[in-house]
Design a protein around this ligand. Sequence first.
Ligand code: ATP
Length: 278
Amino acid sequence: MTAIEVRGLRKTYGSRSAVSGIDLSVPHGEVFALLGPNGAGKTTTVEILEGHRRRDSGDVRVLGQDPAVGGRAWRARIGIVLQSATDAADLTVAETVRHIASLYPRPRAVAEVIELVGLGDKVKSKVRALSGGQRRRLDVALGIVGRPEIVFLDEPTTGFDPHARRQFWQLVRALAAEGTTILLTTHYLDEAEALADRLAVIADGVLVAEGTPATLGGRAGAGATVSWTGPAGHESEQTADPVALIAKLTAAGDDLPGLTVTRPSLEDTYLALIGEQR
Ligand code: ATP
């Protein structure tokens, strides 16, 4: 059984279509990333999966349950990190995490979760005294404290400094290693590449490509660019077989100073995919 199964999902706001027939299938234990430009329909899709928004039509199952009618027991099995930050309550970090932990049947230890998200030195700080990135870490702590089987992470590292992002990536990997299914939306292509087993690109409410980071949008089969410095200056050539080209170029025993071989980055592929939609 898959963790998330979506068929023909549609949602309109008034006359505007936000999601126009999306199909998705995410197996248990997978880290799946949803990419797409602002307004593509990612949050709408994720919030329908979380049971926070009603769909107009389509079939949706999360842990075998329709989220629109998911009860308390189902809710305890999913973890949610919303885009909006935690309320600036008058509670401390530890009090906030303890409060949310008390809502779940088998929560993680409060101190362990706070440590996991890198807020160990902020345990006694008031939430309103945290920086934006620290608040976001607290959001993540609240999303995982219930030991969920699926975690929904909507742009989880927005506002994180580079070191905090890397720490967060380790946390996602640790959750994945425990078998947690993770659905992530992000605008950071390096984040998607570092974390996702598979990813999908949504544009204008439709899924335009799906694959692994290595194969998305025909990336694996895309040609390489071989560049070097020749007698006349910078030279470069596109090829499907860079090894053969380099062998040919060096057959006469010549050096190839400044030799580089590059393939399209995930960002190049992504921009090409959403460019086709515009
Ligand atoms: P971002 O990357 O900016 O978070 P997104 O891909 O998550 O974007 P959504 O928030 O799902 O996009 O929005 C999809 C479309 O639906 C947008 O055109 C947005 O303006 C519209 N929309 C979203 N929420 C509502 C709402 N509550 N009422 C009306 N329109 C909405």
